[in-house]
Design a protein around this ligand. Sequence first.
Ligand code: SF4
Length: 319
Amino acid sequence: MMAKSPVQPIKIGISSCLMGEKVRFDSGHKKNAYINGVLSDYFDFTAFCPEVEIGLGIPREPIRLVRMTGEVRCIGSKNASLDVTDKLSAIAEKQRQWHEGLCGYLLKKDSPSCGMARVKVYSNDMPKREGVGLYAKTLMTNFPFLPVEEEGRLEDAQLRENFIQRVYVYSRWKAIESQELSLTNLQAFHAQHKYIFMSHHQTKAKELGALLVGTHQADLRQLAGQYLELMTAILKVIATKKNHVNTLQHIQGYLKKQLNADDKAELVSLIDDYRQGLLPLVVPITLLRHHFRKHPNAYITESYYMQPHPGELMLLNSI
Ligand code: SF4
């Protein structure tokens, strides 16, 4: 049987307007159909609007990021005496407790409060897309390993799959962190995720595995911190076709003695079709799963690469 994803709905923070709440400056919302439709079956969303929370009201004067004597402040677009910089940072700080329990966060793009990146920063009324929303900035500083993404980027199949995969990996990481940390647990976690890491970055995946070799129990907390930091960096690298092909070929190696010449040729041909962009990743993975059902292998059965997230999300069908 293939390795399972966590059964409990995974907790995700989200900008309230993306859930359809009418909290925007103009009393509108930005309900996102994919998040509210498909993802709501898998994720338990906690919606939060920092601008409402600091008492700006609905409707309200719009705010924007402005560069002033070297620092970026968040002030009223029309009334420059309205400065909410400190309030927005402080309100993010106050949410630490529920932020701790999250496995991901979806933010509204372009917002001076919620935007993750490329938010307009004005200088002499000229905007440059170089800013980060102030609530988002504090959130990401406090939780540097939390998977964070913007709703607009979820429209890109690779970015969507990458974010959701990171959420599932992080939720499993948090599960082992919540148990008593042991080298055995860390090594088991690594074994289950090794092929996922390999599909993102082959050299760094090896470095990650090397961290767990020859370590003494006393180093465990420090080791887990190093592991998490490197794992986060690896998963942020978008998995390429080339790396997926390499990973599929490694996994195929476990069937060397079990498959006949025809089955081998079919598998090689499907992996090559995937490499050429003629088939999505789900096709060679489905054929591999089929062969491993007939010829079980404990190491591959436990590998989340073969089922990184629920199949119903169909994320492997478009990459
Ligand atoms: S982007 Fe953030 S601050 Fe703006 S309305 Fe949505 S939740 Fe509120």
